[in-house]
Design a protein around this ligand. Structure first.
Ligand code: KDG
Ligand code: MG
Length: 403
């Protein structure tokens, strides 16, 4: 069964998404998410200029060979643009294989290992009280795990505290990024109090998480992890930038707070030391930024050997196609941990009608053959691309810092 057509579709139903659509000679279609927040057109061009032409005529069933053709065959390896483009092709091929086999993708991956996929939502507020009210909203909706972020006194804006309760969206329109101010000292003073308040109000059963978003040095991260130990976080996310894998040794030496890292990592080589030395507890890589289902599954198999569990990234900039792919994988892997679920806007859900559904704190990918997501192209056309960028961060003296 040969690939007859490969097209990228860029749309902005509330935020930008890039989608690859493959069509085989017999008219079977497959979708792959190719969205790289703030750098969308680089992946769209990589696909349409370099990858799509070489897919025409290839066997749509040869998923592993196509993966190696695009990765090993390209000479220039790894990196977010390349791995996102490969992910889109890989995801679309799994979608096609599922449709041809008349099976949901999770069945092709070995079948279900659990009843559903436990997810966490994002609660945030400018003040601790607002944050606690937001947590209550998630508890009322049935969530069993909630990420908590709150404003830092003295800072005009803070990562994770957004404009809408359910659709937190950090990217903003314009040609240059918005600049935020960061103070590690203020942050380290404020956050333990916020998390203590959440634990006190919601008791021991609710799983609480917190995202540092790559802002600390290893020893600062170690201090924070230790300070949070009494509040029993499910995970502390990205306490340090993940590229210096050995730096996690310092964090680990000083704290037993579980660590999750990986949403900006793209290949097994970016996390191999983190996993092999058990420097993390959860690996956060996503289908869309890590070479697709084929490569993320390889990472998760390595992780399983070392008792590291999954915690796939699932922010709003990962499209419903990526979320569905993650859910099929989450259901089928032995070492599932938790899935992030930041709901999409109604406009996005209308452009990407999907079979997955939320009930009692769990997401279910559904039983539709393939991934169970479609793209309404007419609806997509009504939302043309709008340039938008993630913010940058500076310290109070103006020094650039990690955002
Ligand atoms: O594009 C960047 C976002 O996906 C990121 O800021 C969200 O850190 C994030 C998270 O944990 O969802
Ligand atoms: Mg994060």
């Amino acid at each position: 069964m040969r690939i007859a057509e490969a097209r990228t579709i860029v749309t902005c139903p509330g935020r930008n998404f890039v989608t690859l659509k493959l069509t085989t000679e017999d008219g079977t279609t497959g979708l792959g998410d190719a969205t790289l927040n703030g750098r969308e057109l680089s992946v769209a061009a990589y696909l349409s200029e370099h990858v799509c032409p070489m897919l025409i005529g290839r066997d749509a069933h040869a998923i592993e060979d196509t993966w190696r053709y695009l990765y090993n065959g390209a000479y220039w390896r790894r990196g977010p643009v390349t791995m996102t483009a490969i992910a889109a092709v890989d995801t679309a091929l799994w979608d096609i294989k599922g449709k041809v086999a008349s099976l949901p993708v999770y069945q092709l991956l070995g079948g279900r290992c659990r009843a559903g996929v436990t997810v966490y939502g994002h609660a945030h507020g400018e003040t601790i009280d607002e944050m606690l009210d937001a947590v209550q909203g998630y508890v009322d909706r049935g969530y069993r795990a909630v990420r908590v972020q709150c404003g830092i006194p003295g800072l005009p804006s803070t990562y994770g505290v957004g404009r809408d309760a359910l659709f937190y969206e950090p990217a903003e329109g314009g040609r240059a990024p918005r600049e935020e101010t960061w103070s590690t000292r203020r942050y380290l003073r404020a956050i333990p109090e916020a998390i203590a308040a959440a634990r006190e109000r919601f008791g021991p059963e609710l799983e609480l998480l917190h995202d540092v978003h790559h802002r600390l040095t290893p020893i600062e991260a170690a201090q924070l992890g230790r300070a949070l130990e009494p509040h029993q976080l499910f995970w502390l996310e990205d306490p340090v930038p993940g590229e210096l894998q050995a730096s996690l040794r310092t964090v680990r030496r000083h704290t037993t707070t579980p660590i999750a890292i990986g949403e900006v990592l793209n290949s097994i080589w970016d996390c191999e030391q983190l996993i092999r030395e058990q420097l993390i507890d959860f690996i956060r890589m996503s289908v869309v930024h890590s070479g697709g289902i084929t490569h993320l599954r390889r990472v998760l198999h390595l992780a399983e050997l070392h008792r590291v569990r999954s915690g796939c990234h699932g922010a709003t900039d990962l499209s419903p196609v990526c979320l569905a792919a993650a859910l099929h994988l989450d259901l089928a892997i032995p070492n599932f941990g938790l899935q992030e679920y930041m709901r999409h806007t109604p406009e996005t859900d209308a452009v990407f009608p999907h079979a997955y559904r939320f009930a009692d704190g769990l997401l279910h990918p559904g039983e539709v053959p393939g991934l169970g997501v479609e793209l309404d192209e007419a609806a997509a056309e009504r939302h043309p691309y709008l340039p938008a960028l993630l913010p940058v961060a500076r310290l109070t003296d103006g020094t650039m810092h990690d955002w």
